[in-house]
Design a protein around this ligand. Structure first.
Ligand code: CMC
Length: 429
């Protein structure tokens, strides 16, 4: 470093001084925008492990220390004292709401939770066994067609309305997808219920008898939603921002985020954890699963272990681990898969392979167990993650649309194909 505000980088004969950008907390960033022009070189960062793609004031993570802050507030304080809807407000607006602001926000969310009746035709186009994540991608993408013409992107109030509609309608769409897959009639949102109770009601109500909602279930779901609400520039949020950088419709941006979330290395992990626990089946099979995960030839990884950013522990996993036991006790659930999960956690935490690589249980290791206890079907687990993460996605989209530095995202590449060559006619190949 030539001085504390810049670094000097030499490439052959040329050297270039690059500014250092300092965040409020966290690692300094070297601004490399001038590099190609001044040296003719690009940078290579496979998987973006060392690259900041934007400035953001929403969420801060310190992976080594196990810190997660939403707008500066530690996740454990929010998990203990706040609610998902208040957290969604915080992420979107930057500050906790006053009582009046919260009442207005939650009223708006409630009033926008109903779907246009034409969605019913849309959902009926899916095969009865379609995966709910595939349905969610399609349904949210189609929402762009319902609201596109009304949306003036230059008007901050209209952008905010799009974010409110998304937060309000994603649970309704999610429940509709589930009900369609099991042949139940659609259930309209009940305005007298809170966000998570309303969702559980739409999932499980049957026309023939009233539903007894457990307050423990609603509380556990609210906690899971808080923990999953945002996680800075992860794959799905970066996808939302990349699509958003082109000026695409916000519903299309969020649909793209849902598609990115679906993969088993990201939000699909909670579903994969339950499948894996089911395959392991019994506590006595845990050791052979561990051995298989250590064998690179097997192609098998312990789902719900490891994290790209948290290399010591995932603070969300610590909170959720406690909740898992509470939910199972309070709902009186004795699940053999939990024994498998606890044995697996214990064995992996003692095993040199996992200790040396700092592979700890992540949030998805426990969330699947809670969802199972709440009778949420396994294929819906990633959909649950998507409902919660919508709060983060819309906040990032709003922040990006408001940021004068925003440019279309366009990474470069290291080209490894053939150099220029002449076309050969088919009869001479
Ligand atoms: N089981 C066995 N070995 C593993 C695992 C695992 N779950 N995760 C990483 N490793 C090994 C990996 O083989 C590598 O070993 P070596 O150094 O000998 O080559 C080393 O640990 C580092 O792995 P990596 O793939 O370079 O780590 P990464 O930071 O790129 O990947 C991860 C992070 C989450 C994709 C990965 O740990 C993983 O695939 N975990 C299982 C899937 C999972 O639970 N995903 C949910 C993530 S949390 C939810 C979210 O935020 O979306």
């Amino acid at each position: 470093m030539s001085d504390s505000n810049s670094v000097t980088l030499s490439a052959g004969e040329t050297s270039v001084s690059l500014p250092v950008i300092r965040p409020t907390v966290g690692n300094d960033c070297i601004d490399i925008a001038r590099l190609p022009k001044e040296t003719g070189c690009f940078t290579y960062d496979n998987g973006f492990t060392a690259t900041a793609s934007c400035r953001s004031a929403i969420t801060y993570i310190d992976g080594d220390e196990g810190v997660l802050l939403y707008r500066g507030y530690p996740i454990d304080q929010l998990a203990e004292k706040s609610s998902f809807l208040e957290v969604a407000y915080l992420l979107m607006h930057g500050e906790l709401p006053s009582a009046g602001e919260f009442e207005q926000f939650s009223g708006q969310i409630t009033r926008h939770s109903m779907l246009n009746e034409k969605f019913k035709n849309f959902v009926e186009g899916f095969r009865y066994d379609a995966h709910p994540m595939a349905m969610l991608v399609g349904m949210l993408g189609s929402m762009a067609s319902f609201y596109h013409n009304d949306l003036d992107y230059d008007d901050p109030e209209q952008r905010r309305l799009a974010a409110i509609r998304l937060l309000a309608k994603v649970p309704t769409v999610a429940a509709l997808c589930h009900r369609y897959s099991i042949g139940w009639p659609a259930c309209h949102p009940r305005n007298n219920l809170e966000y998570t109770s309303r969702f559980l009601h739409m999932m499980f109500e049957v026309p023939s008898e009233p539903l007894q909602l457990s307050p423990v279930a609603a509380k556990a779901l609210d906690l899971l939603f808080i923990l999953h609400a945002d996680h800075e520039q992860n794959a799905s949020t970066s996808t939302v921002r990349l699509v958003g950088s082109t000026g695409a419709n916000p519903y299309a941006c969020i649909a793209a985020g849902v598609a990115a979330l679906w993969g088993p290395a990201h939000g699909g992990a909670n579903e994969a954890v339950l499948k894996m626990l089911g395959e392991i089946g019994r506590p006595e099979n845990v050791q052979s699963a561990i051995d298989r995960a250590k064998d690179k030839e097997s192609g098998f990884r312990l789902m719900g272990f490891g994290h790209r950013v948290y290399k010591n522990f995932d603070p969300r996993a610590t909170i959720i681990r406690e909740m898992t036991h509470k939910v199972l006790d309070e709902l009186g659930i004795d699940d053999p898969l939990l024994d498998v999960a606890m044995r697996l956690e214990e064995a992996a935490l003692k095993d040199d392979y996992f200790v040396q690589r700092k592979l700890y249980p992540n949030v998805d290791f426990y969330s699947g167990i809670i969802y199972k206890a709440l009778n949420i079907p396994t294929e819906m687990f990633t959909v649950m993650f998507a409902i919660a993460r919508t709060a983060g996605w819309v906040s990032h989209w709003l922040e990006q649309q408001n940021d004068p530095e925003t440019k279309i995202g366009r990474p470069r590449q290291i080209y490894t194909g053939a150099a220029s060559r002449d076309y050969v006619a088919i009869d001479r190949r």
